[in-house]
Design a protein around this ligand. Sequence first.
Ligand SMILES: [Zn+2]
Ligand SMILES: [Zn+2]
Length: 380
Amino acid sequence: MRCLTIAITAAALLLSACSGSSNDPAPSTPPGPSGPRPGTWLSGDLHLHSDHSDDAADNPMAELVKLAEERGMGFFTITDHDNHVEGRLTTWDDPAFRSDKMVLLHGVEYTTARGHANLFSAARFDHLRFYALRDRTDAEAGRAIAAEARAQGVHLSVNHPVNGDPWEFGFDMPFDSMEIWNALYAFPTDNTGAIRLWDELIAGGRRITGRGGSDCHHQTGIESLGLNVGNPTTWVYAEAPTAAGVLAALKAGHVAIGYGPSSERIRLTADADRDGGHETLMGDNLPAQGQAVNFRLEIDGARPLGVYNVTVLKNGQPLLERRLFGEQALDFEDTPAAGQRSWYRAEVRGNTPEAPAAAVLVGFYGGFVGMTNPIYVGYE
Ligand SMILES: [Zn+2]
Ligand SMILES: [Zn+2]
């Protein structure tokens, strides 16, 4: 993401009067009903670099933790480049890597010549075993990485799969999630290619969680005019506010992605038995019995005067488009085909007030407020 700094420099020279709004302390995570399943929404940024990465030397861990706490984050991880320390990670041993307010995940960016992936774990793990696989180019290399992740209980999440440093280990290997929204939605690279790939993998029968990651390297200077910790934010609906709870929710796809920690959170639920309770969450799978399903889209933290352009996608194609105002919810019914795979997800566009003026003026954030993970029908 080195090109980010260069390109934002050009924009910021034009827009130098528009600085600062992304650094403002933000209110806590938007409230919202949790539904019938016990749990809590936790916000976090799943791709961050500290001064343990060579290209983020001006980004002290303590300041990262402080900013994340100020922005009301519920969980926190640092994903420094492993190749900058030849696999011998130093991030987790930094005394500043601690928080009384946030759930901490152990993370690292597995930075290879054939692509990048973030590894997440509730506890320390033996990263040198992953590092030993980094230079493999044989057809089984991706599966070897996945097997190591499974053996150590580590969550394997492919980063920026088609942009910048694309993932070249192949997508037929098992992995747990994919970064479908890196940095600002439309800048430095358009994320629609990653989302298209995600849809294709799901169409092929995979259930892969889509997540966000700011890939933020600096808290001050040019880059911070456009994005900072939490742009975008990934929310997980965790049964317990623990590292294991966060990772279980991430794996299960109980996940929404939004512009920032205090921006709107998009939530798609379903009432499959039509008893009035929307007990099915994003990431859940329903049987394909050919029966009508009631769906509901809600915008937690919606602004009273907000105008939200909602697109519901079925099997990767627009199913319906609606304009919602304020806290208005969208209820719709659809009948997925019996015995076939279907999936439903939503995207919301508009002008979230959290987007910094610079990003809005030059369209870097693409007017993209947030998105959901799918509700699946007929998947294994
Ligand atoms: Zn990367
Ligand atoms: Zn990165």
